[in-house]
Design a protein around this ligand. Sequence first.
Ligand SMILES: [Zn+2]
Ligand SMILES: [Zn+2]
Length: 178
Amino acid sequence: MKLRVDDISAEERRLNFAEPESEMNHALSVGPLQEYRILRPVEVRIAHYRAGTEVFLHGSVRAELVAACARCAEEFTTHRGRGFRYVLAPAALDDHQDDKDEIEYTVYQGDEIDLTPMVREQMLLALAERPLCREDCRGLCARCGVNLNEHACGCRTEAGDPRLAVLRSLSVKRPVAH
Ligand SMILES: [Zn+2]
Ligand SMILES: [Zn+2]
């Protein structure tokens, strides 16, 4: 989605649109966020206005996703989103290089502002947390691999670690064999 700078006025205006998810899914599939896949176009709400040559944007992104739980590996459907603010200056006049603020300063070239890179950046930032199918997901048993949300496997209630028990029985048998 692109905005023409001439169409941005001093009066705040709102714009809602859907940004296609395919490029973002490609970025997810080759990056460190492979446990997420976006299911449909990202919903974007933006308000924009202009003061001289500076353009002010604020809004939100939101998407429906399939995620693989970081503890039990089960896939589940979820929503992720976040709010954002940008201030954009024409590239030639950019004097905000040193600003460190919640507001992101960026630049635009020519008479158009391409919103797509901002939407993609914000959507990836919205996926910073590891996905959990639920807050108290019990994950997989480290010994037998059972999904502990669905079954109790009994490993936890046994006295001692079964792997150590096997080692103990081996070390007892070895002197006998020689
Ligand atoms: Zn889980
Ligand atoms: Zn188990």
